[in-house]
Design a protein around this ligand. Structure first.
Ligand SMILES: Cc1ncc(COP(=O)(O)O)c(C=O)c1O
Ligand SMILES: N[C@@H](CCOP(=O)(O)O)C(=O)O
Length: 551
C-alpha cells in the first residue's frame, strides 16, 4: 500500500492557477497564465522507502512514486496499476530501464533509457501519458456519442524524439488527434521516418521551416489563444506536461536501487546523476527525486554547444545567444515576422539543439520559493512571491532576451546542480573512446548515441571533481545510437569491429523507404498559420470518422 501526502493538488509557476487536480493539469498541459504546473508540495518518501522499495520491479516502483502525487480519489489504485502495467509492457526489456556498469575502475554506470518502442527516453513518459489521456477520455465520454464526445487535440513540438514517442503513445487512440511540429531538415533521417511513416488517421506531422524553438513557441502561442481554446480542447505532450516529469522520476530510483545492490557500492558511497540536457525535463525529474529524499549528491547538467543552461550555472545569467555576434534586443525580423533570435546551433546532438529550456521555469519557482520568503510567511504568500519572481524573469526573457538572478539564488542552484558543456568534437571523441575501450564489456565495444556521449564526456569530467571509489556516477543514456547515423558513422567508420548494419535494430530496417504523410508549414505564417492547419485537419478527421461510423 502506497503512502499519501496531504496535498496532491497543483499550481502554476506564474501564480495564476491554484488548487488544481492531477487530471486537470494533465489535460490542460500549460496554465492559462502561460506558466507550468507544479505540485503544491513535493512529497517526502515514506520512512521505510529504502528497505521496502529496494527490490520492487520498475512497474511497482512507478506505482509507489505516482501514488505520492496522484490521489486515489482521482485514479483508483487498481486503475493506476493497470495503466502502469500497460505502459511498460511495450518495452523490449523486462527491467524497462536497465543500469549497466561501463567503467568498473571509475564506478561509471549507464542508465539505458532507450528500450521503449521508439528507442528514446521519452517513451518512459509518453507511453504512460498516452494511456492516461485515454483513461480520462473513456471516463469523460461514457454514454456520449458523436460531437458530444470530448476530443483532445494534442499539439507538440519536437527536435526529433518527443514527436515519435508521442505518436507511438497516441496512434489509433479514440477521441485524440495528435499534431507534431518539427524543424524541417533538422531532425535525423530515422527520427523523421519514425514520425512521418505512421499512417493512423489521428496522427498529423507538420514540418516547419524554422528551429525547434519556433515550434515550441507555436505550441505555447496556441495554448494562449482564446479562439482555439474555445473550439478545441488542447493538450500537451511536451515536458511542459507535468505527467512527463512525474513518469521520469521512477528511473532515478530504479537506477539507484540497482547500484546499491552491487558489492562495489560501499556504505560511504555517494551517487551523482549526469543528464544530457536540452529542455531541462529529464534532469528536473532527478531534482524532484532528490527533493523527495533520494540520496543523490549532485545532478550534473550536460549541454551541447547550445549552452544557455551551462552559462547560467557559471554566471547567473540566463540569456539567449547574440545573433551574428551582435547583441539581439527582443528578436529579429524574418519574412516580416518577429522571431526569437536564431542563435541556436546545429550540432551532432540535434535533439538538444534548444535555445530556451522550458522546464527551467519550474526550477526557478522552487529556488525563488526557497530564497525570497521565510518559512514563517503564510503558505499563500510564499507561493505568490515565487510566482511574481518567475513571471518577471520570464517577461524579461521574452522582451529583452534574458535575465539574471542574484548571487544567493545562483548559489542555491549550485547546491543541487553542476554543469558541463560538450562540443561536437568532444562528442565524437567520446563515442570513439568508449567503443574502443569497452570491447571486454560487450563483444564489439559499446556504441553511444551522441546525446548519451555528451553525458558520458561530462561524467568523466565530474569524476575529476568527485573521485571514485567514494563516488558512483550514473550517466543517462537517452537514445539508441541507430537514431543518429551521422554522428555514429563519423566517429566510428573504419574502426575495427564496427559495422553500421549491426547498429540498426530490426524495427528500423527499411523504415526510410516506407510511404510518408506530412504537411509543410511556413514559419512566416506564424502560429496562426498552424492554427488554420490544425483546425482544418481535426475537422476532416472527425468528418471521416463520422462517415465511417455511418457505413
Ligand atoms: C536523445 C535526447 N537526449 C537528451 C535530451 C534532452 O532532454 P531534456 O529536453 O529533457 O533536457 C533529448 C530531448 O529532450 C533527447 O531527445
Ligand atoms: N529533445 C526533445 C525536445 C522536446 O522536449 P520535451 O522533452 O519538452 O518534449 C525532442 O526530441 O523532441
Amino acid at each position: 500500500m502506497a503512502s499519501h501526502t496531504a496535498s496532491q493538488r497543483y499550481l502554476s509557476t506564474r501564480g495564476g492557477s491554484y488548487d488544481l487536480s492531477f487530471e486537470e493539469v494533465v489535460l490542460k498541459g500549460l496554465a492559462s497564465d502561460g506558466g507550468l504546473f507544479i505540485p503544491e508540495e513535493i512529497p517526502s518518501l515514506p520512512s521505510d522507502w529504502a528497505s521496502k522499495w529496494q527490490h520492487l520491479s520498475f512497474e511497482d516502483l512507478a506505482y509507489e512514486i505516482f501514488s505520492l502525487y496522484i490521489s486515489p480519489s482521482e485514479i483508483p489504485s487498481a486503475d493506476l496499476k493497470d495503466i502502469i502495467r500497460r505502459s511498460y509492457s511495450t518495452f523490449r526489456t523486462k527491467d524497462v530501464t536497465p543500469t549497466i556498469t561501463l567503467d568498473k575502475e571509475k564506478n561509471i554506470h549507464l542508465l539505458e533509457l532507450f528500450h521503449g518502442p521508439t528507442f528514446a527516453f521519452k517513451d518512459v513518459a509518453l507511453q504512460f501519458l498516452g494511456n492516461l489521456f485515454e483513461y480520462f477520455l473513456v471516463r469523460r465520454n461514457q454514454g456520449k456519442t458523436g460531437r458530444n464526445r470530448e476530443h483532445l487535440t494534442v499539439v507538440g513540438a519536437t527536435s526529433g524524439d518527443t514527436g515519435s514517442a508521442a505518436i507511438y503513445g497516441l496512434r489509433g487512440k479514440k477521441d485524440v488527434s495528435v499534431f507534431i511540429m518539427y524543424p524541417d531538415g533538422k531532425v535525423s533521417p530515422i527520427q523523421e521516418a519514425q514520425m512521418t511513416t505512421v499512417m493512423d488517421a489521428n496522427v498529423h506531422n507538420l514540418a516547419v521551416d524554422g528551429t525547434f524553438d519556433d515550434c515550441q513557441d507555436f505550441v505555447k502561442a496556441l495554448f494562449a489563444d482564446p479562439e482555439i481554446n474555445k473550439t478545441h480542447r488542447l493538450a500537451a505532450v511536451n515536458s511542459i506536461n507535468w505527467a512527463r516529469i512525474l513518469a521520469q522520476i521512477t528511473y532515478y530510483f530504479h537506477a539507484y536501487f540497482s547500484l546499491i545492490r552491487q558489492s562495489s557500492f560501499l556504505p560511504a558511497s555517494t551517487v551523482r546523476f549526469v543528464v544530457p540536457t536540452g529542455n531541462f525535463g529529464d534532469i528536473l525529474a532527478g531534482y524532484f527525486a532528490k527533493r523527495m529524499g533520494l540520496p543523490a549528491e549532485k545532478l550534473v547538467i550536460a549541454t551541447n554547444e547550445n549552452d544557455i543552461l551551462h552559462r547560467f550555472w557559471q554566471s547567473g545569467k540566463y540569456e539567449k545567444k547574440p545573433v551574428h555576434g551582435s547583441e539581439a534586443e527582443g528578436g529579429i525580423v524574418e519574412d516580416g515576422v518577429k522571431a526569437h533570435e536564431d542563435g541556436v546551433k546545429e550540432t551532432l546532438s540535434p535533439a538538444m539543439d534548444i535555445l530556451v529550456s522550458s522546464n527551467f521555469e519550474r526550477l526557478l519557482w522552487f529556488l525563488a520559493h526557497q530564497i525570497y520568503s521565510t518559512t514563517s510567511d503564510p503558505v499563500e504568500k510564499r507561493r505568490k512571491t515565487a510566482g511574481d519572481h518567475v513571471r518577471s524573469w520570464l517577461n524579461d526573457l521574452k522582451s529583452k532576451g534574458g535575465f539574471s538572478v542574484d548571487a544567493e539564488l545562483l548559489k542555491a542552484a549550485q547546491v543541487d546542480f553542476e554543469s558541463e558543456r560538450v562540443t561536437d568534437e568532444q562528442t565524437l571523441a567520446t563515442i570513439k573512446e568508449i567503443f574502443t575501450t569497452t570491447s571486454s564489456l560487450v563483444s564489439k565495444g559499446y556504441i553511444l548515441d551522441p546525446h548519451s556521449a555528451i553525458g558520458l564526456a561530462a561524467t568523466y569530467r565530474s569524476t575529476e571533481r568527485s573521485k571514485p571509489p567514494t563516488t558512483h556516477h550514473i550517466s543517462l543514456a537517452t537514445a539508441h545510437p541507430a537514431k543518429f547515423s551521422n554522428a555514429v558513422e563519423t566517429a566510428l567508420q573504419g574502426e575495427k569491429g564496427y559495422s553500421w548494419n549491426e547498429v540498426l535494430p530490426v524495427e528500423m530496417q527499411g523504415l526510410e523507404d516506407k510511404p510518408r504523410r506530412v504537411s509543410h508549414v511556413k514559419k512566416s505564417g506564424g502560429w496562426q498559420g498552424v492554427r488554420t492547419v490544425v483546425v482544418a485537419e481535426v475537422e476532416a478527421e472527425l468528418q471521416a470518422a463520422e462517415k465511417a461510423a455511418q457505413q
